[in-house]
Design a protein around this ligand. Structure first.
Ligand code: GCU
Length: 423
């Protein structure tokens, strides 16, 4: 055998190893291992949290720090939004029903800049409407076919279905994701919508040379330190910069803001809601592993699969928990608990087994004791509801029929839940 043949055999032998993680996926409830969740109300020193003050002053900061150090990574330097520019505005958008604004936030540090483009629709004649704030996957122009929307010039993933190629968006992508963004019905219900292309903050690839990371590097730094921010933390940080803006523009200084995200961006909305208490309500749709689902169940996507397929999403310290979930000092019910006492909504889909719908429910269920400390009503049933039978306690949950997506049904529930808890 020559050396080329030997290396070929070696390469072929390693392929199944990489795919192994995918093949061993648990989709059978009977195979979910026994596990014991860390108690959100027991301090690391063993003391019991008995009062809201203990939670706020002692236990919450402890848990927040663990999520920063072990899972998502910490933002290295505080940097707030200081400058914004209204790029475009119309008072006759959506057939005269709405105000449309396109705003550019510029973040600057030591000569480096980052631009974040927010597309906003506001219902007319409602002062300070509640606003849904959420990232989109392919550019603001995809959420509705509105010719005035500026097409992103940031790096985008190629997708034939969306109409992006050579990592650029074009006219072809206009309105291609409208089914996920029922803008008209959001406005008709009296809510505003603010959306941002997530790649403005950090392009979703395993490359730390661009986006928000590069903006905040110390001189000579080329990648985040092992406890510093991965992409999800960067995206969460971007949502807070959008919040900086929403709070200073007179049109919505008093608006309540609902942070909402789907899938990887649902992981992001939960983390943003945990970090930034200015978000009044938090929604995750099909957020799965690294979002609402409990890591310890290892049903569907696991820590190892995340670390293998998306090594840039979490901080480097998180790699130590691949196939080692039980040694995590936290689990995702504690991420939900960090949002307390603010209302939080977890949405699952029946066919989205990859995201472990039951694990998504259980994190809401096990966050209950913290919400109860604040006197809030919680999910009291340890079993998830059947499809299309939402529960709207302070911790809201539904599982709908169908697969991994954002559907009108999901939005109907988000709107109903927001009306119930914010008004
Ligand atoms: C993949 C990934 C999930 C993620 C999803 C998405 O399926 O494994 O963790 O939520 O992409 O963001 O669409």
């Amino acid at each position: 055998m020559n050396s080329i043949q030997i290396s070929l055999i070696f390469i072929l032998a390693t392929i199944p190893l990489q795919m192994n993680a995918q093949e061993d996926i648990i989709y059978n409830e009977a195979k979910v291992p026994e596990y014991k969740l860390p108690d959100p109300l027991v301090m690391q020193n063993g003391n019991q949290v008995e009062h809201v003050e203990d939670w706020i002053n002692l236990r919450r900061p402890e848990i927040l720090k663990l999520f920063q150090q072990e899972i998502y990574g910490q933002v290295p330097t505080p940097l707030l939004m200081t400058d914004f520019k209204i790029l475009e505005r119309s008072d006759i958008a959506l057939e005269q029903k709405a105000i449309r604004k396109q705003v550019k936030l510029t973040l600057e540090l030591q000569g480096k800049t980052l631009d974040i483009h927010i597309l906003i629709y506001l219902p007319k004649d409602i002062e300070n409407p509640h606003i849904f704030l959420g990232y989109n996957f392919y550019g603001n122009q995809t959420i509705i076919d509105d010719q005035a929307i500026l097409i992103t010039d940031a790096w985008v993933k190629d997708s034939e279905a969306i109409g992006t190629s050579n990592n650029q968006a074009s006219e072809d992508s206009r309105g291609k994701r409208h089914h996920r963004w029922p803008v008209e019905s959001i406005i008709d219900n009296g809510f505003g919508l603010a959306t941002i292309y997530y790649g403005d903050i950090d392009p979703d690839k395993n490359d730390f040379s661009d986006g928000a990371h590069a903006l905040l590097y110390q001189s000579g730094q080329t990648k985040p330190a092992s406890h510093e921010w991965g992409a999800i933390s960067a995206w969460a940080w971007g949502l807070s910069r959008a919040m900086d803006y929403l709070q200073v523009d007179a049109e919505h200084t008093e608006s309540k803001v609902i942070v909402m995200g789907h899938s990887r961006l649902g992981k992001t909305s939960l983390w943003a809601g945990a970090l930034d208490e200015r978000f009044d309500l938090v929604i995750s749709n099909n957020s799965g592993s690294g979002g609402a689902a409990l890591f310890r169940r290892t049903y569907g996507e696991t820590a190892e699969v995340l670390n293998t397929n998306f090594p840039h999403w979490f901080c480097d310290n998180f790699k130590a928990y691949s196939n080692n979930e039980n040694s995590l000092p936290i689990d995702q019910h504690m991420l939900i608990a960090l949002i307390a006492p603010r209302p939080v909504y977890i949405a699952s889909a029946q066919e989205d087994r990859w995201a472990d719908p039951k694990g998504e429910y259980l994190s809401g269920y096990h966050a209950g004791p913290v919400y109860q400390l604040f006197g809030k009503d919680v999910l009291s049933n340890p079993n998830p509801p059947p499809a299309n039978a939402p529960r709207h306690t302070s911790i809201g949950y539904h599982i709908r029929d169908g697969g991994h997506d954002v559907k009108d049904y999901d939005w109907q529930q988000f709107i109903k839940f927001a009306k119930k808890h914010l008004e």
